[in-house]
Ligand binder design. Structure first.
Ligand code: P6P
Length: 324
């Protein structure tokens, strides 16, 4: 089986980008080990702190964030990093070629109940002109500018799914050799589905178009969508996206009225964009409900975005509901 570095080399990935990706993997292998230790290492539970999102930080949120931040800021090819757990972007090496954004431990509310969590990462090229401006501004590039995106799903096995723009490959962490090895090449999202993922408890806060789509799904075979739908909700975007990559489906975290100042719960730069690059590279679609997520122009590193992604024919239906 091919190791990650062998696949990247054969994909024509530059040596510098490969070294950045490999550093992300070094951190993720350590995160996988620490998650596996759980209570034995006394690292479950929460800290006394809240992050910039207003969420109480789990101990493993902080540990994972520090692992990724430290190794990437020491990488000569990294100009800066942005993290869900950091108020501001962090400048690393001024001559660095790449910017890395990440959600160090997505779905961390699942940690204390031993359910799936993941790391999501996105890699952009730093503007060559080194134009003056805040260090944060260089990150504010739309999702189509990503040069790589991926996630590590810490589940029964630790899986890396990533793309550098030549399709999506799946790697499994072989703990005997401590390397991610290629176990599925060129994943393709099934174009159709009858399985939706959404947090139904937020229904009263959704826009009418989203309510109507879900209502029609629940009408089953006799309804306008003409089929019986199944539902899943893991409360971990990485787990939902992985399930969709493997067997199809549609994942939605729509705009809701709980906080009208926010476009949604999920963040554009380190959740929406990387997952959208992966899904589109695998033949799926990813929309806010009204436009492709990767066409959204970011205004800040922690911008939020409504998310509708997965099997392209089902995403098209949801977009159609929003264009009526
Ligand atoms: P809720 C995890 O906190 C996360 O950011 C995503 O991974 C997940 O899809 C969503 O939020 C879960 O949100 O409101 O169901 O807890």
């Amino acid at each position: 089986m091919k190791r990650l570095d062998q696949v990247l080399a054969s994909d024509g990935t530059s040596a510098e980008l490969e070294l950045v990706i490999k550093d992300v993997m070094v951190a993720c292998k350590d995160i996988a080990y620490k998650l596996g230790q759980g209570d034995l290492a006394g690292i479950l539970g929460t800290t006394e702190d809240e992050n910039v999102q207003g969420e109480t930080q789990k101990m493993l949120d902080v540990i994972s964030n520090d692992l990724l931040k430290d190794i990437l800021c020491a990488n000569p090819y990294v100009k800066g990093v942005g993290s869900e757990e950091e108020d501001f972007t962090i400048a690393a090496n001024n001559d660095g070629k790449y910017l890395v954004t990440f959600d160090p431990l997505d779905g961390s509310s699942n940690i204390d109940v031993n359910l799936s969590v993941g790391t999501i990462f996105s890699i952009l090229e730093a503007p060559a002109d080194n134009r003056p401006g805040s260090e944060q501004e260089v990150f504010l590039q739309d999702g189509r500018k990503q040069v790589a995106a991926g996630y590590v799903l810490y589940g029964p096995s630790s899986l890396l799914v990533m793309t550098t723009g030549n399709g999506v490959n799946l790697f499994t962490l072989d703990t005997n050799i401590g390397e991610f090895v290629l176990t599925k090449a060129q994943l393709q999202v099934p174009e159709d589905t009858a399985e939706f993922a959404i947090n139904m408890s937020n229904q009263r806060f959704w826009e009418p178009e989203m309510k109507q789509y879900i209502d029609d799904c629940l009408k089953g075979e006799e309804g306008p969508l003409g089929k019986r739908y199944n539902m899943r909700w893991v409360a971990s975007m990485v787990a939902e996206v992985h399930r969709i990559l493997i067997r199809g489906g549609i994942f939605m975290y729509p705009y809701d009225s709980r906080d009208p100042s926010k476009a949604g719960k999920l963040r554009l730069m380190y959740e929406g964009n990387p997952m959208s690059m992966i899904i589109e590279q695998a033949g799926g679609a990813s929309s806010t409900g009204r436009m492709d997520i990767m066409d959204v122009e970011p205004k800040g590193i922690h911008d939020r975005v409504p998310v509708v992604l997965g099997s392209k024919n089902e995403v098209a239906k949801v977009v159609a509901y929003h264009s009526k």
